[in-house]
Design a protein around this ligand. Sequence first.
Ligand code: ZN
Ligand code: ZN
Length: 347
Amino acid sequence: MRTTTGWQADPTTHTLRRATLQRRDLRPDDVAVRVDYCGVCHTDLHALHAHKDDTDGALVPGHEFTGTVSEVGSAVTDFAPGDAVAVGNIVDSCGTCPMCRAGQENFCREFPTLTYGASDRQDGTGTLGGYSREYLVREKFAYHLPAGLDPAAAAPLLCAGITVWEPLQALGVGPGSTVAVAGLGGLGHLAVKLAAALGATTFVISRTPDKAEEAHSLGAHGFVVSTDAGQMEAVRDRFDVVIDTISSPHDLTPYLQTVAMDGTLSHLGHLGPITVNTTDLLIGRKKLSSAGSGGRPSTAAMLRFCAENHITADIELLPSSQVNTALARLELGDVRYRFVLDMSDLD
Ligand code: ZN
Ligand code: ZN
């Protein structure tokens, strides 16, 4: 086993404490990554709150990180020590099911192996996430970080970025499309940047009027206050695609009413049961969909697109020792738009 240092959940306090972590020995198809920067995702917060004890293994969150290859296994061909890499929330999959063969490892029928809180497919040990100084990952699930992308601000592309990129691509967003992004947080702000860079006329729908200026600075062409009935009526049947990134359960009716005929609302921010009035779909033949994370080909394509278009997340960079502050502020929605932890203080 190899050891590294990271931030591990304390189930009694629901906070993270610095701990020595054990990782597997390097396998032939592994790359060892010195984690330099790791984004703080809502999922990390949910995982921390849900972690009642260590009986199913320790919890070390973190699933959007960038770093530097420190060592490669004997069978690795695509990476060498010193390479800049990025890792997202999937670190393995079966590789043979129809979803994996289609390059959609995120939908693997055997369920993809998640970067933390999962069982390694080979030895059954629990996966420990990127809130640590070193991570071992199969070569297949590491991505070259293109030159020109700031490694700290690029970290959130690997979860928040790919989660909004796949539906934008799948729904054919490009020049001539009109897109609305509901909710302007970690996912939403990247959806605005990506949709605008893809050539779509892009709107933000937000509860708070004071985000209008920031929405425009992110590239949005229009801004709609969701609590203003007149403004919502003015965009009725308007958007080919609505990317709904609101992270709490909410009524979809007002958002579905803004979808154009034959358009789609992609519901990304909140997982779980919802109630939909199908009349809201019937009128205008509207579609409701969802998405999450991404496959290997689209993750690589998203990173290339971001490099070409100079897109990264707007971040607040903190030393990793302030991880508990970051999580507490994220819970309050007090971040514009993503916390990223600098892991160098773990040395
Ligand atoms: Zn995430
Ligand atoms: Zn599979």
